[in-house]
Design a protein around this ligand. Structure first.
Ligand SMILES: C[S@@+](CC[C@H](N)C(=O)[O-])C[C@H]1O[C@@H](n2cnc3c(N)ncnc32)[C@H](O)[C@@H]1O
Length: 205
């Protein structure tokens, strides 16, 4: 199969996750989980087609798109408070030909009450109130469910670690991803660091 890029308009034709960042449609200033971190997050989520997945603070929509390509019949909800960004998620879903992502417009945790069915998997990426969202989502999470939360700040790391402990989550893992990409600088090449990111995960008993 020939290479397929963002200009071709063809969806990702591979079984592997890890769509290059530049294949997604972007809005300037709206962050995106870099491919390498996204793959780690997908691994920690342990998705399957049977499991309902909420992505809270879905941004550009990279995670729901990748999740939907891996699990085309899983019920996936992308939760995003910014209307312009919610439309971006829908465009990226169309671009990659995924049809099982519902975009929920609203601010978490308040908007979670509008979602009828409880999740098996939750990713928390949005906002400063990550720990508050973790506490709000935990009662909704099904037994045996998993939460993956991402932060790049020390405060976020502290509050999320504390939150998982207060909730008596099991199998808690914290991974720090330090990613360096080789880039050209004039006549030379150098490794450029992406923001170090902490990926936390825990399960509900
Ligand atoms: C870091 S971006 C997520 C990027 C995403 N991982 C991706 O790769 O496309 C965080 C997003 O969360 C949204 N957000 C922040 N706080 C939120 C909240 N309380 N409820 C819903 N969305 C929120 C922001 O509007 C932003 O688009």
């Amino acid at each position: 199969m020939s290479e397929s890029g963002p200009s071709s308009g063809r969806p990702w034709p591979y079984a592997s996750p890890g769509i290059p960042d530049e294949w997604f449609e972007r809005i300037p200033g709206i962050p995106l989980s870099p491919r390498e971190v996204r793959v780690l997050m997908l691994s920690q989520l342990r998705l399957s087609c049977r499991l309902r997945f909420w992505d809270i603070g879905a941004g550009t929509g990279t995670l729901p798109v990748e999740a939907a390509l891996l699990c085309p019949t899983a019920p996936i909800v992308a939760i995003e408070r910014d209307e312009e960004v919610a439309e971006l998620i829908e465009r990226n879903c169309r671009k990659f030909g995924v049809t099982n992502v519902q975009v929920e417009r609203g601010s978490a945790p308040e908007c979670l009450a509008d979602l009828a069915d409880d999740p098996d998997r939750v990713c928390i990426e949005g906002g400063k109130a990550l720990a508050g969202i973790l506490h709000s989502v935990w009662p909704r999470l099904k037994a045996g469910g998993r939460v993956v939360a991402v932060t790049s700040t020390l405060e976020g790391l502290y509050r999320l670690t504390e939150g998982f402990a207060e909730l008596q989550a099991r199998q808690v893992e914290v991974v720090q991803a330090g990613i360096y990409r080789l880039e050209r600088r004039g006549a030379q090449q150098a490794f450029m660091a992406l923001d170090p990111t902490f990926v936390l995960s825990g399960e509900k008993i």
